[in-house]
Design a protein around this ligand. Structure first.
Ligand code: IPD
Ligand code: CA
Ligand code: CA
Length: 271
């Protein structure tokens, strides 16, 4: 296997460069004045930076891959085409961004149907780029060190696990609270950092042992799922069914933690 697969695949190369360019735009906006609007509720925000970053990403993907389809968070289905489909979240972690909490990302993935081809998640604040290509592993590149191969953890006990979750805008307030309550009593720690794409990247990188959430959208989790799978992790729904781009939920973790984590999420006896 090539130690550095990024330049050998055109989709991956363009996705990395595009995510990093969008990340630079987000950082410039993060340091200036923000224009914030609400979408479906006071909890569901969009900023001018979301829209500008999305325009940058769409322009580059359309120019590089005119035969590919594109689905993007702020614009919906932009291009319908028979080729692979790009899923674009130009700013994952908008609530963090709007509150100047420095934890957010750009998430770009290409799928052929339900088959993940490439996934890229870029963290502009830390200048870390997580990327994966089907069959070529998951990697992390940052200016501080050469590209490193990512692996999920071998942790098999909840009481030794650090986990993450999130709370979507679409579910009634309180959705996932019962699950959180059960897991938090058993796990070493649970984080809610506010970017599902980074949560999944951290599972791939072994910084987290697992992640679960209900009802995300395809652009939220597509890239992260490619990363976790290429890092040797397992991705299913919270109830142990096959995961699809439409969910309806995700449970991503190292292979040894899947059974104990899902048992607690399903409210079965587990330690
Ligand atoms: C949100 C983040 C968050 C998750 C929400 C998502 P957005 O995406 O990924 O971590 O809990 O469910 O909607 O709106 O910031 O792109
Ligand atoms: Ca998102
Ligand atoms: Ca977003």
């Amino acid at each position: 296997m090539s130690p550095e697969p990024a330049e050998s695949d055109e989709r991956l190369r363009v996705a990395i460069e595009t995510a990093q360019a969008a990340g630079r735009l987000l950082l410039r906006r993060f340091e200036g004045e923000l224009r914030i609007e609400t979408k479906t509720s006071e909890a569901d925000l969009v900023t001018q930076a979301d829209r500008e970053a999305e325009a940058l990403v769409l322009e580059r993907l359309r120019a590089a891959f005119p035969g590919d389809a594109i689905v993007a968070e702020e614009s919906g289905e932009v291009v319908r085409a028979p080729g692979p489909c790009w899923y674009v979240d130009p700013l994952d972690g908008t609530t963090n961004f709007a509150h100047r909490f420095p934890h957010f990302s750009v998430s770009i993935a290409a799928f052929d149907g339900e088959l993940g081809l490439v996934g890229v998640v870029h963290d502009p604040t830390r200048d870390e780029t997580f990327f994966a290509r089907r069959g070529h592993g998951a990697w992390l590149r940052s200016p501080r060190h050469d590209a490193q191969r990512l692996r999920v953890t071998e942790v098999d006990r909840l009481d030794r696990s650090l986990l993450a979750t999130g709370f979507g805008y679409d579910r009634p307030r309180g959705g996932n609270v019962a699950e959180l309550g059960r897991v938090v009593r058993r796990a070493r720690g649970v984080r809610r950092a506010g970017s599902a794409a980074l949560d999944l990247s951290y599972v791939a990188a072994g910084r987290l042992d697992g992640f679960w959430e209900y009802c995300l959208q395809p652009w939220d989790w597509a890239a992260g799922v490619v990363l976790v799978r290429e890092a040797g992790g397992e991705v299913q729904t919270m109830h142990g069914e096959a995961w699809t781009l439409r969910g309806p939920s995700v449970c991503a973790c190292g292979p040894r933690l899947r059974a104990p984590l899902q048992a607690v999420l399903r409210d079965e006896q587990a330690t």
